[in-house]
Ligand binder design. Structure first.
Ligand SMILES: CC(C)(COP(=O)(O)OP(=O)(O)OC[C@H]1O[C@@H](n2cnc3c(N)ncnc32)[C@H](O)[C@@H]1OP(=O)(O)O)[C@@H](O)C(=O)NCCC(=O)NCCS
Length: 162
């Protein structure tokens, strides 16, 4: 889903670029589908009105696990959060899209990069990249022991395996 840029925001961008104070507007990735979309509610906010980092982390963990679980064809457990960056605050009512990509597959582990974009202000839609993280999951069997996973898919097929 992509929102058209309104006349006002286009004009603002032209002025901003002319003055050298703005970069190109952020767009949602058009070559892949989000594995998760969710809108945070007031109960997910902290006392300053922004969304709790812990809430965002749990959603990122879910998004990464969706892709890792698809690839592993079964249960996975998060073993590590390798990197996590809150790039911009998330606001109540932002529509968050989580894009996940497998970046490494080992014997039993799958490492996933997750990028999160917020769409806000429906009257004049703005897209902001709010979070980026890398997490590692381990495929587990019924006894919760690590089990072997299929090899890394070819480049270009890593975003959303069926
Ligand atoms: C996941 C679990 C079953 C793995 O068991 P383990 O005996 O620790 O596993 P191993 O040491 O054999 O490592 C398994 C894989 O994880 C990788 N791994 C281990 N520690 C890691 C780390 N800190 N960062 C990235 N990868 C790591 C290993 O390299 C190995 O990958 P490979 O098989 O692809 O080479 C176990 O650690 C566990 O149950 N942890 C708790 C999981 C959990 O509760 N998560 C939160 C809720 S989902």
């Amino acid at each position: 889903m992509q929102f058209a840029q309104s006349g006002t925001s286009a004009a603002r961008r032209i002025i901003g670029v002319t003055l050298g104070i703005m970069t190109e507007p952020v767009k949602l990735p058009d070559d892949k589908e989000p594995v998760l979309r969710v809108m945070p509610m007031p109960a997910d906010a902290n006392h300053t009105g922004d969304i709790f980092g812990g809430w965002i982390m749990s959603q990122v963990d879910i998004a990464g696990a969706v892709l890792a679980g698809r690839h592993a064809r079964g249960r996975v457990a998060t073993i590590a959060v390798n990197a996590f960056q809150f790039k911009q605050p998330v606001q109540i009512g932002d529509l968050l899209s989580f894009y996940a990509e497998i970046v490494r597959v080992g014997n039993t582990s799958i490492t996933v990069n997750v990028e999160v974009y917020a769409q806000r202000n429906p009257e004049e839609v703005e897209i902001v990249k709010v979070t980026e993280a890398t997490l590692t999951y381990v495929a587990t069997d019924k006894e919760r022991r690590p089990r072997k996973v299929p090899p890394l898919p070819a480049a270009g097929a890593r975003g959303n395996p069926a």
